[in-house]
Design a protein around this ligand. Structure first.
Ligand SMILES: C[S@@+](CC[C@H](N)C(=O)[O-])C[C@H]1O[C@@H](n2cnc3c(N)ncnc32)[C@H](O)[C@@H]1O
Length: 332
């Protein structure tokens, strides 16, 4: 007797052709399709004329974008979907297309295509050593400009989930472009922050912070948080990095945070955290693949480690739904 259960092969087709969708989005971003359509619904011929492109391949791209739900097509005219208008049109305050243009295209995709080899060789996506990767200014700049585009949205969501108002001096460990500090400082006028990260990262961050007009409240200190010292503060934030460290390094960093905080000081861990039985969310699981030396980590795992370091009152909460979560805790 054969297996009579119904199986849907499209589940596999959708997953395994996902790379085509990525490339369609990248092409549309690079060709300025979304910015052009943003102004008013246009035909293929009109878009082709504005962009100086041949209408035939452009039509194929527009149809693919429409089928993916990124454009709408009514009576032969294309317009942006709500999500495209909000997140992929450069003039939108919530634009995050540069994350795909910079970090996804140049840092992640070239390595994801050789994931099997990296797993066989016990190597990490991008680099086995963050410090070495960030020693190259051009690589650091591309990575951080992309990260900034993605992290501003996450930073704003974190600022709306966590009450930063009791705190005055935050230390943003491995703070990258400073996106989380920028979002938190914008919504809390008494807050100051110090970003600790590698020197080339901080060069890019300083420019971004200066453009935001926040250089008087957000400062930087070069350092490797697994080795070097960092300033004391009443709030320690570590966003989108610690799940990629070994459990030993995670505990070492949490213990040092504990020592640097006063009583009633707090720590926030924001990361790609798995649910308790490691079955999702999908995006967290996929981003766990970019870890350098960690293993997939749940909110509960982080809470246990924080408690081991002496923290109390741990709270686990989603930040970007189905994507990231935070674990916040206090020093007694
Ligand atoms: C994915 S980015 C996240 C940046 C920022 N926290 C955010 O949420 O946007 C990871 C950051 O960790 C930094 N990083 C990685 N290992 C580090 C270490 N050992 N010491 C200091 N910074 C580190 C990288 O340079 C990079 O800026």
């Amino acid at each position: 007797m054969g297996d009579k259960r119904q199986a849907n092969p499209n589940i596999i087709h959708h997953i395994a052709t996902g790379y085509m969708g990525t490339c369609v989005v990248l092409a549309a971003l690079e060709l300025n399709v979304f910015d052009t359509i943003d102004r008013k619904p246009l035909t293929t011929k009109e878009i082709a004329e504005i962009l100086g492109l041949n209408p035939r391949p452009l039509e194929r791209l527009l149809v693919a974008l429409t089928s993916l739900g990124l454009l709408e097509r009514v009576e032969g005219k294309y317009s942006c979907s709500l999500e495209t208008e909000r997140y992929l049109v450069k003039s939108s305050p919530s634009y995050f297309g540069d994350y795909y243009r910079f970090q996804v295209r140049h840092c992640l995709m070239p390595d994801f295509i050789r994931l099997d080899g990296l797993i066989r060789e016990n190597r990490a996506i991008m680099s086995d050593d963050w410090s070495e990767f960030m020693d190259d200014y051009e690589k650091a700049e591309v990575f951080i400009l992309g990260q900034h585009s993605a992290s501003m949205g996450g930073g704003r969501m974190l600022a709306s989930k966590f009450d930063f108002s009791p705190y005055r001096n935050m230390v943003d460990l491995a703070g990258g472009s400073g996106a989380c500090s920028i979002a938190a400082c914008r919504s809390n006028s008494d807050l100051k922050s110090v970003i600790v990260d590698f020197p080339n990262v901080l060069k890019v961050a300083e420019e971004i912070i200066s453009k935001e007009g926040l250089s008087n409240r957000i400062t930087t200190q070069p350092g490797d948080i697994t080795k070097d010292d960092w300033p004391a503060g009443d709030l320690m934030l570590i966003s989108l990095i610690i799940s990629g460290f070994t459990r030993d390094n995670q505990l070492k960093i949490f213990s040092k945070c504990f020592d640097k905080l006063p009583s009633s000081g707090a720590i926030i861990v924001h990361d790609f955290l798995m649910n308790h039985d490691y079955t999702g969310p999908v995006l967290s699981a996929l981003y766990n693949l970019t870890s350098v030396e960690g293993v997939p980590t749940s909110g509960e795992d982080m809470a246990t480690l924080l408690q081991k370091a002496g923290f109390v009152d741990t709270v686990i909460e989603p930040v970007i739904p189905e994507y990231t979560a935070m674990v916040a805790a206090k020093k007694p």
